[in-house]
Design a binder for this molecule. Structure first.
Ligand code: TEU
Ligand code: CA
Length: 616
């Protein structure tokens, strides 16, 4: 283990051997669309950190080098031994289904999905084979960011129903042997939360330290140069706040100006959060999806962000909070104080951290999170969500393979392609949608036959595609609307609307079309899930690629307890020659029907010849 401090004179080899360094360099390469072999090149590895500005042709500067060295020194942890057998746990064997309550099912015809609506569809979810339901926020909220701005953690939004409705849902799920996890949004609260209101009202308020608040006049400008994920400065001025100097307060918000970041340096704030979590566990909740949980620890003093990183990543300041100095410490405390002794599932939403940081966040012996959502597979290298392009699935195979092979047996992976923050994957792969159902099935088979816990997003199992937005008033999401306002003067209406059609979060937020027709995509998902439930090789078996990840036809094997399964995917829209497969296999599922050549977008599951039980 290397103990010497990192400096600009450190070798790139040592930086790459450091988990955090490895992730940062990989991320920069992905962002720049550079090939991965660059860092594997031994000549490159022997160069010094300070050579990066030259190597990247000025894309990163000397300040980046200094920041990176400091960052590495701040994070000395290394992943532990990962060679044992993966421990068998319910949440590893589960298939999770994400519900966006507002648009899932409306029971009373007011146009807004609600809890009784969800309750009425549990049989339908159980038939699909879902084990766990994750609800996006259902708490009381003014709705500036559709519920991710919480006004009261311990009550339910009126439009969705009551606390009793939520209890009934928990109960009904448990009766079916299913579980419920809630969205836990504890990086920020609404500005209408009583903690924030009291912090504004009273200079001596104990709640003032719950947030990142700085005294100063509006004219002084924001305390630092950080930008919000939803556009503009990450600071809002509150002239109405009572202060000694009478100039008001500046408050930090990484998301909308009504989502105020909580200050995790405050132990009183943390204690209140843990108490709230225990209150939910006492009501029978089985776990949490922790919203932007990697961003809770901010660099003390909140220093300015690097303009280089800001330009490269699109947001200024991220290096001071996406993997903050006390992140691991806070997560350990959260687990210990809020849910030790309860058999919960804790999945962190972690935009930013790569593979090695994710190992540190999820290795079971570290007692932090159980699994995390990483987003690096959602866009092709060098692309961002609002770009209009055709997503190449060979990249997905490369990216997922890297994670399958690199995570180790002491950590666990989440497997997802869609959520309420992203467009529909079928539309990204083939915007014309001529093979919509085939692609939806291919994506489903891929996602459901890797090692990890699959998270399906509502409508994915129906093969839903993007909506076509023809005017701005069809777009509701705050991020999209701000994006449009930002783009309009630069590129004009047509192109700004085009960007929303490519990347708007609203694609995942349109109402589900409920009809009783048999859906062939859903039927295929149901069969794969049933097989996965029956054959634990598909859950725990090591992942072994049989073709090069990145080739047109991707073949991989999952094997455990003497039972081997092989998945064959044609990642292109053209028929391909059939790959040679190992012996002793029979075709169990095929989409579309198997032919002598592999059809375009073919997805096939091959199982043991002796397999007797059929998936129906
Ligand atoms: O999202 C966090 C996040 O970083 C994104 O996926 C986000 O939508 C995008 O990057 C913004 O540019 C979580 C929630 O899933 C999202 O719906 C919330 O808006 C956000 O946190 C704030 O709570
Ligand atoms: Ca309703």
């Amino acid at each position: 283990m290397k103990t010497t401090a990192f400096t600009p004179d450190s070798r790139l080899r040592d930086v790459l051997a450091h988990p955090v360094g490895n992730d940062v360099v990989t991320k920069v390469l992905l962002q720049l669309g550079a090939p991965e072999w660059v860092v594997l090149n031994p000549v490159v590895a022997s160069l010094r950190l300070k050579a990066l500005p030259g190597l990247s042709r000025g894309l990163v500067d000397r300040r980046f080098v200094d920041d990176l060295a400091r960052f590495l020194n701040q994070h000395p942890d290394r992943p532990g031994d990962s060679s044992g057998e993966p421990e068998r746990l319910w949440w590893k064997q589960a298939v999770v289904y994400q519900i966006y309550p507002r648009t899932f099912c409306d029971s009373n015809g007011d146009g807004i999905g609600d809890l009784p609506g969800i309750l009425s569809k549990l049989d339908w979810l159980q038939e699909l084979g879902v084990d766990v339901v994750w609800l996006s926020p259902v708490y009381d909220s003014p709705g500036d960011d559709n519920g991710y701005d919480i006004r009261d953690y311990q009550s339910v939004l009126k439009e969705f129903g009551t606390l009793e409705d939520l209890d009934s849902l928990t109960h009904a799920l448990h009766e079916r042997g299913m579980k419920l996890i809630l969205d836990l949004v504890i990086n920020h609260t609404s500005d209408e939360h009583r903690w924030f209101q009291q912090a504004l009202a009273e200079p001596q308020s104990p709640y003032r330290e719950y947030y990142h608040l700085r005294e100063g006049a509006a004219a002084d400008g924001p305390p630092n140069n950080w930008t919000s994920f939803f556009g503009g400065s990450a600071w809002r001025h509150f002239p109405e706040a009572k202060t000694a100097g009478g100039q008001g307060l500046w408050g930090l918000h990484l998301f909308s100006s009504k989502q105020m970041d909580l200050n995790w340096e405050s132990s009183a704030m943390r204690a209140d959060v843990y108490q709230m979590v225990r209150w939910w566990l006492a009501r029978g909740i089985d776990g949490f999806r922790l919203d932007v949980i990697n961003q809770i620890s901010k660099q003390p003093g909140l220093p300015d962000g690097s303009p280089t990183i800001g330009a490269m990543m699109g947001y200024t300041g991220i290096e001071h909070y996406f993997y903050g100095p006390r992140l691991h410490e806070h997560l350990k405390e959260l687990r210990r104080e809020a849910w030790d002794g309860h058999d919960v599932m804790a999945v962190g939403e972690t935009p930013g951290p790569g593979l090695q940081m994710s190992r540190l966040l999820t290795a079971s012996e570290r007692r932090e999170l159980d699994l995390v959502f990483n987003f690096d597979h959602l866009e092709n290298p060098g692309k961002v969500r609002f770009d209009t392009y055709r997503y190449n699935l060979r990249f997905l195979a490369r990216q997922w393979s890297r994670w399958q092979l690199g995570l180790g047996n002491n950590a666990w992976n989440s497997l997802f392609l869609e959520n309420h923050d992203n467009p529909r994957m079928v539309s990204k792969v083939e915007p014309e949608l001529t093979h919509r159902e085939d692609i939806a099935r291919l994506l489903g088979l891929f996602q459901l036959t890797l090692r990890g816990t699959p998270f399906l997003f509502q409508g994915q199992e129906l093969g839903m595609a993007n909506t076509v937005f023809t005017s701005l008033d069809q777009v509701k999401d705050i991020e999209s609307r701000n994006k449009y306002a930002e783009l309009l003067p630069q590129v004009g209406h047509e192109k700004a609307l085009q960007a929303l059609n490519s990347g708007s979060r609203d694609h995942g937020r349109v109402p589900l079309p409920w009809n009783e027709e048999t859906n062939s995509v859903r039927e295929f998902f149901r069969r794969v899930i049933a097989l996965r439930r029956e054959h634990l090789a598909l859950v725990y078996g090591p992942f072994v690629p049989l073709t090069r990840p990145g080739s047109n036809v991707f073949v991989y094997q999952r094997e455990a307890e003497g039972e081997a399964w092989v998945v064959v995917l044609n990642l292109t829209g053209k028929p391909q020659p059939r790959p040679r497969l190992p012996g002793g296999l029979k075709l169990v599922l095929a989409s579309p029907s198997a032919t002598s050549r592999l059809p375009a977008w073919a997805a096939e599951l091959w199982g043991p010849v002796g397999l007797t039980n059929s998936p129906d």
